[in-house]
Ligand binder design. Sequence first.
Ligand SMILES: Cc1cc2nc3c(=O)[nH]c(=O)nc-3n(C[C@H](O)[C@H](O)[C@H](O)COP(=O)(O)OP(=O)(O)OC[C@H]3O[C@@H](n4cnc5c(N)ncnc54)[C@H](O)[C@@H]3O)c2cc1C
Length: 359
Amino acid sequence: MIDCECKFGAYVPTVPQIYKDAANKDNNSTASSSSSPIEQMDHSINHQQQCSIGPNWTALKLLSVEKHNHDTSIFEFALKDSNTYLNLPITDHLLIRVQDANGEYHARPYTALEEHTKGRFKLMIKRYAEWGIPESKQKMENKYFLYAKTDHSYKPPGKVSNHVHSLKIGQTLEFQHDDICKGKIAYPFEESVTSITMIAVGVGVTPMIRILRALLEKNECLHVKKIRLLYGVRTVADILQRVLLDKWHNSYSSRFQVCYCIGSRWNNVTFHAKTDAKIGPPLPKNWESIPDDRKKLGWVDGQAVYQRAASDPSDEGHRLFICGLPQVYMNLCGKRTKELEVGSELHRLGYKDYQVVKF
Ligand SMILES: Cc1cc2nc3c(=O)[nH]c(=O)nc-3n(C[C@H](O)[C@H](O)[C@H](O)COP(=O)(O)OP(=O)(O)OC[C@H]3O[C@@H](n4cnc5c(N)ncnc54)[C@H](O)[C@@H]3O)c2cc1C
């Protein structure tokens, strides 16, 4: 979701320096605006107006938590001024920072899911739980695997998401909106943009939902005639906001269609040694609960884009928005912070750098 480096053949997420710098930013030394952004805005939802969270770290109170699925919840926070709306520009995000037990700050970007109630806004946050056994513990217990001295399968608990999930109602969390939160593409989209293919994996769907809400529910940017969302998840239970996405698929079908790409990359492999029968892994649990017109087995790869994109690479009005895991960027388009990589799957399909927007 952030960026990555390759360690022992696995992509390990790394946090860009800009987020590290932002986490350690001291409000007093960087306060640049002369008056609070809240004072500068009038009180209506208007995404052209200034966001009511400014460039300084602001502690906001948690109002409620609603469980969304097994690892994701929707958190509602109160704005400082109960008479304002959040007014976060459509393609922007907010930074959240937390302090760990050693006093170190960590900041990560999050997307506002809903902000149509005065004085409050909602975020949908997935908890990155600890997975596997740390190498130090393996050594202690003397349990060595084949590649005993590597710890690339161990996943430490996500620093920010676990902190947010541990919050109690009434506790506060620090937020910021400044230049590094600006989206990679200006909204409203230019008139020349006529079709959009969104490629989202896991919680990477949140920035897409934000854009879709504006395009579909608010009927904006009507020059974007065709929108396709290729949404990759490991299991059916991992699909976030499925009711909303299905509703949009059914209500705006001439403009928008979702395709749930379910499974891991191994679902794209078929085994047929010594036999003509193609036997793949079993279908994901509850596969049949998804209508045929909006599902595909396996990883979001170049073939899925080729088959399901809103338009093709030769269409100059076609844009691809991507938000997901480091592996998704690496396979499809190269590092999140770099331009479209020569030799990546999208490049091989014929897409140009200007068509690909990495969130
Ligand atoms: C534009 C944008 C918008 C976003 N919006 C949302 C949103 O609305 N909701 C949301 O939930 N998320 C969103 N994200 C993702 C979010 O910013 C965080 O990346 C996510 O919450 C994980 O942060 P964390 O601090 O909990 O985990 P981190 O500590 O960053 O770890 C992330 C993962 O990497 C693994 N990891 C970390 N270090 C190592 C290591 N050394 N070796 C192996 N594995 C390691 C962890 O185990 C974990 O699985 C967004 C991201 C972007 C870029």
